[in-house]
Design a binder for this molecule. Sequence first.
Ligand code: ZN
Length: 281
Amino acid sequence: MRENIGLRVALLVSTLQLWCVSAIALELNTPVQQGAVLIGQLGEDEQAVYLGEQHLPLSSDRRFIIGLDRDHGDDLVLTVLKRDGQRDNHRYEVKAREYRIQRVEGISRKIMNPNQNDLSRIRQESAMVREARALRSTQENFLQPFVWPIKGPITGVYGSQRVYNGVPGRPHYGVDVAAPVGAKVRAPAAGTVSMVHENMFYSGGTLIIDHGHGLSSSFLHLSKILVEPGQTVQGGDLIAEVGATGRATGPHLDWRMNWRDARVDPELLVPPMLPSQSGSE
Ligand SMILES: [Zn+2]
């Protein structure tokens, strides 16, 4: 009897929790999975949305963006503040992904074993990249549909565990598209150029474009950069040329995307690359 009451109380409590946690599901534009870029929209009776302590800015049509990291935990909770002062927690299950292991051979000794000078250069360069990615502009280009910056065979995918010359390294966060040196790279969506570097230690010729609200695209190993910091670009504009600079074993474009500190998967933002487009038919 006592157990029975305990069970009933537990059921009641969990029902109440459920009711409080998601009164109405807040719709997100895409499946909630590791590496995803999610866009949601607040209703008329809602005034603000938070991810933990982070306040998420709203676009003019009340939309907001969140990016999930490669190793995001299985739970995502968004808190919505309503106009009447009430708070709703919306809970989503984050689907875990499986990542490939990719072996990369033929990296030069200099790149594998950076000396003191290289190390201070690497530190300076990563500070530059961090600064560019920390930009939180109010432009709303993240709401545009994204296109591939280049078409070609995909030779590296987001999240894969990299093993360089047999030594396990950090995961690969970009999508690699093989293309010859000098092949045209186009802006995947509109934005503002937030960083240009002719030759970084690891990433060679590097370009970062800010799409607004903390979302940015980075392009690595470029042979030539055709835009300048502060310049506004439209989706499809010519921005750079493919190269094999930095830690690259052959010419390709490495396209990465970040939302705030999270590294997200560019491939989830663009239509699938068709075999006829990748030249691998
Ligand atoms: Zn790459």
